[in-house]
Design a protein around this ligand. Structure first.
Ligand SMILES: *Cc1c(COP(=O)(O)O)cnc(C)c1O
Length: 325
């Protein structure tokens, strides 16, 4: 399962001195928001194997579905530009909270600058069916399409986060001589979390991965992560009896995917003021709000060490500019 190179080596792991001093435990941040084309973010790790698979299959046109502020689409189009592939984004409105420029700035603007081909569909249209229609048109025009799985969260994509777990084990080990007590990540389609969970489990680390859901408000996401983790473990270590160590919390989604929460906004301001780092209202802000709550409730203790995964998404801060007024 080889990769196309979209990233330049390991992302950095940084200590957050001021946030740690304020909250208690030692908090580090894994900078998966940095590096790679299209502005960077967690999808690039997933695309390294997914796009390699597309190229193996002789595809020249990548098709992805998402909303107008999709990080996944922005990163895919950026990677496609770099590799000289075509890309098509099937788009619909999915986010309830909007302002007059919502579909014109942030990721939408960056997609436009990359001259992304957008196919708008209506809100009740089915993504998969519409992507398949687009794929048929691509074939008719003499090209070969490849449909990107939702959120890049199939086995190939999630293996990118197994790579990330191994990077953290090495980087954190050289700082602290052990593995961190907790990994904290936002969880949308589940591939980021499943790859991390599998990675720490396979290396037999006691590290617990805490995922804060930003999309599903029910058990669906727990099942997705459980099944994908098992699939990764089976593919890497067949017939092993490896146990996954994770917790999935669905209490920080707020009203819906993409709807802002007070605790998320507070977390965004806190990281900006204390550390000069930018989180977003859709993903990382909600996960950081979850971590802050766990520390306040003493579920995470002052002598624990935490690595927070910065999965990217800064363009969303611009899209949601009015929520910070
Ligand atoms: C897609 C995305 C996530 C969610 O990752 P999944 O693997 O889909 O769970 C988190 N943060 C950002 C910034 C994202 O773009």
């Amino acid at each position: 399962m080889h990769k196309v190179k979209l990233l330049n080596g390991a992302s950095s792991l940084e200590f957050l001195p001021n946030l740690s001093a304020k909250l208690g435990p030692k908090i580090f941040i894994k900078r998966d928001d940095e590096g790679g084309r299209g502005g960077g973010g967690n999808k690039l790790r997933k695309y390294e194997r997914i796009i390699a698979d597309a190229i193996d299959k002789k595809a020249d046109t990548l098709i992805i579905a998402g909303h107008y502020q999709s990080n996944a689409a922005r990163e895919l189009v950026g990677a496609a530009c770099q590799l000289g592939l075509k890309s098509i984004v099937v788009c619909k409105d999915m986010i309830p909270e909007q302002n007059p420029t919502f579909n014109q700035n942030g990721n939408a603007l960056l997609l436009k600058l990359m001259n992304a081909k957008i196919v708008p569909i209506s809100t009740h249209d089915d993504f998969q069916a519409e992507m398949e229609k687009v794929a048929k048109d691509v074939i008719k025009s003499g090209h070969l399409p490849y449909i990107i799985p939702f959120g890049g969260s199939n086995l190939l994509g999630a293996l990118g986060y197994l790579d990330c777990a191994n990077e953290i084990i090495e980087q954190f080990g050289s700082i602290a001589g052990k593995s961190p007590d907790y990994i904290v990540t936002p969880t949308g389609s589940g591939g980021t979390m499943a790859g991390l969970v599998a990675g720490f489990a396979i290396e037999n680390m006691s590290t617990k991965v805490i995922g804060f859901s930003v999309l599903h408000k029910d058990e669906t996401i727990k099942n997705i992560v459980t099944n994908l983790t098992a699939e990764i473990i089976t593919s890497v270590k067949p017939n092993s009896n490896i146990e996954a160590n994770f917790e999935l919390d669905t209490n920080f989604v707020g009203d819906a995917y993409g709807a802002t929460t007070e605790s998320g906004k507070k977390a965004i301001r806190m990281l900006a003021e204390l550390e000069g780092l930018f989180l977003c209202p859709v993903y990382t802000g909600k996960a950081m709000a979850g971590l802050i709550d766990y520390i306040e409730k003493n579920k995470v203790k002052n002598d624990d060490t935490i690595v927070f995964i910065h999965t990217g998404g800064m363009p969303l801060v611009h899209a949601y500019y009015n929520t910070f007024e």
